[in-house]
Design a protein around this ligand. Structure first.
Ligand code: M6R
Length: 612
């Protein structure tokens, strides 16, 4: 979704902000813009399209400003065009703003301002906010800071904003509610951004702004207050992220880099937690809560997209190992029901970004009903990580490609560790199974690496199906969520229509779609439903469907009845998704590349979905 970068200090702001905006491209956007304050002039430059288009427009300009704000916009109010792009001016053009989020009551505020003579140029809620701030400052005669606070008390919705004024070239004002904002602290310079990626190159010292906080940098000093002027001491954290984790490192796309990183990222998810040789499993963030988890009546898992799929895998793991009733909910649906939740329930919220608005809202709802909330997040310090009572980070490292890959396997790894730890505490698994699972988990990174040996074969299969119009993905048991995940990966980056189903469900409807033009991907690894899935394959072949089967190494039967096979190493059945998902990620990637798609930033999609 939208991205914010702002700078105040002694360097030239333009190149720094431009680079920062490029770092934020992965979030998804459709226009970009920069405002620079120089020689008592506030100039705004903005352009529909990519940051490179804006850069082209500004090429050759002598931009010396040392203060500026920049934005990548993902359209909500008003179509993507130059005018609706941020930054926006106030009515007298002395103020300018960048904004992530949505001001829900913008329309009534706008009508009042129009009556007072304000003229609006764009269709955005953001322009209304900066006019509103200007109007309050004019009415009250107070400082810009207090006008920002008064305005924010009136608005309904979510925001992360940065405001700059021509009257004070030594000042930037920022605020947040429901949309992330990080402040980087350098030597005599400050950086503001939606996440740490534009900042990491310059400083590792950061402050994550909390909801309802307003940060003001004035004359080289940072102060933070809430909307009622109560001062808070900034809590400065050290970023653990390294620069090379947010660069492509020689790969053509972030997505393929992240797919190939998985042996490392899965290892990182287990690092310091799992010592199979000693039979040791320790999840620091959960240790004090294991009794709680073990005593739970029920576990409710919430998430969206790929994180929801990881939740479905966890359902099998927790039910099988810890013998506890589990329900997995789309966060977006859960929040709009009146779910029956109480203090005996445990809610596990899964999110890569830790900023997904629906998941955050589901957490708040469950909290209000007394449930204990655990988070499984990738981004350290994210809103969800902070909103939960306890949790375990996935430590997959920054995921830049919009299509989630290494975050999924890291989530499944951490959820597997959690399920095993709870089962051990409850005594619902034997010591042999416990030990076997720990050893198998430790072996997973090498098995994932082994799948990569099939990359060129998968590429050949991708070539054959590049122009397919539809795909069906089928799996049973733990491979059912993998089928859903495979279909999601394909549709989001290649724009091919794809559906995932439980294989047995096919005969209740989707079988009508099968003919010689329908590629069907079967997750057909050797597990407890192997015979059943073989029957499902036969049903598809009898109707001339073209079958690609993901099979266990050494299976000699399925290759004889399908069109293509991709082998994955054998693992414990409960850990199968960690290896069976890998060929599906690669298949989607290669098909999307062959179709010429923008793999890392597919159309209409955002990396973190911070609006409903
Ligand atoms: O950051 P989150 O895990 O909360 O994001 C949830 C979904 O938006 C995300 O998984 C989305 O479906 C991805 N594009 C899938 O690849």
């Amino acid at each position: 979704m939208c991205g914010i970068v702002a700078y105040i200090g002694n360097r030239k702001a333009y190149p720094l902000i431009l680079k920062g905006l490029k770092r934020l491209e992965y979030r998804g956007y459709d226009s970009s813009g920069i405002a620079l304050l120089e020689n008592n002039k506030l100039n705004i430059y903005k352009k529909k399209g990519k940051v490179a288009d804006l850069e082209g427009e500004l090429a050759g300009k002598d931009l010396q400003a040392t203060i500026g704000i920049g934005h990548t916009r993902w359209a909500t109010h008003g179509e993507p065009n130059d005018v609706n792009a941020h930054p926006h001016y106030s009515n007298n053009r002395k103020l300018s703003i960048i904004h992530n989020g949505i001001i829900e009551n913008y329309s009534s505020i706008k009508q009042n301002l129009i009556k007072k003579g304000h003229i609006f140029l764009s269709d955005t809620d953001t322009e209304v906010l900066i006019h509103f701030i200007e109007d309050i400052q004019w009415e009250t005669g107070g400082s810009l800071e207090s006008a920002v606070k008064l305005a924010l008390k009136e608005v309904v919705g979510a925001y992360a904003i940065v405001v700059m004024s021509v009257d004070n070239p030594r000042q930037l004002i920022a605020a947040r509610k429901g949309s992330p904002l990080v402040i980087g602290i350098g030597v005599d310079e400050y950086f503001f951004a939606s996440d740490a990626t534009p900042i990491i190159e310059y400083t590792k010292n950061v402050v994550y702004l909390d909801d309802y906080e307003v940060a003001v940098v004035n004359d080289g000093k940072l102060s933070i207050q809430n909307l009622d002027n109560t001062e808070t001491i900034p809590y400065i954290q050290k970023l653990e992220m390294e620069l090379d984790t947010i660069e492509k490192g020689g790969y053509e796309h972030f997505m393929i880099k992240e797919i190939f990183e998985q042996p490392r990222s899965i290892t990182d998810s287990m690092r310091g937690r799992l010592h199979a040789g000693e039979g040791q499993l320790l999840l620091g963030g959960l240790n004090n809560h294991l009794d709680n988890l073990a005593a739970a009546n029920r576990i409710v898992i919430v998430g969206c997209g790929t994180s929801w799929h990881a939740g479905l895998v966890a359902e099998y793991l927790f039910e099988e190992l810890a013998r506890v009733n589990v329900e997995v909910e789309y966060a977006s649906e859960f929040r709009y029901r009146n779910p029956v939740i109480n203090e005996n329930d445990i809610v596990i919220a899964i999110s890569q970004s830790g900023e997904t608005a629906d998941t955050l809202a589901a957490i708040e709802l469950a909290k209000s009903k007394g449930a204990t909330i655990f988070g499984v997040c990738n981004v350290v310090g994210s809103s969800i990580a902070r909103a939960t009572h306890a949790g375990a980070y996935t430590h997959a490292g920054p995921e830049i490609g919009v299509a989630s890959t290494k975050a999924f396997t890291a989530q499944v790894t951490v959820l597997a560790l959690m399920a095993i730890a709870v089962a051990k505490r409850k005594g619902t698994i034997s010591i042999e199974t416990y030990q076997e699972l720990l050893l198998e988990l430790e072996a997973i990174p090498a098995k994932v690496q082994k799948v990569f040996e099939n990359a060129s074969k998968i590429k050949e299969i991708a070539f054959i199906f590049t122009y397919a119009r539809n795909f069906i993905y089928l799996g049973r048991g733990l491979n059912f969520p993998v089928a859903l995940e495979g279909a999601l990966k394909l549709k989001e980056i290649s724009y091919i229509h794809a559906e995932g189903y439980p294989a047995a469900e096919m005969k209740h409807g989707p079988i009508a779609l099968i003919d010689e033009d329908m590629p069907v991907v079967f997750l057909a690894t050797k597990d407890s439903s192997y015979e059943k899935i073989v029957s499902n394959i036969q049903e598809v072949k009898a109707r001339k469907g073209r079958v690609i089967a993901i099979i266990t190494e050494g299976d000699t039967f399925i290759p004889g009845i399908v069109d293509f096979v991709i082998e994955v190493p054998k693992t414990h059945e409960l850990l199968t998704p960690l290896v069976s998902v890998i060929p599906l990620q690669l298949l989607s990637y290669y098909i999307a590349v062959m179709r010429g798609r923008n793999v890392d930033q597919p159309r209409n999609l955002a990396k973190s979905v911070t609006v409903e």
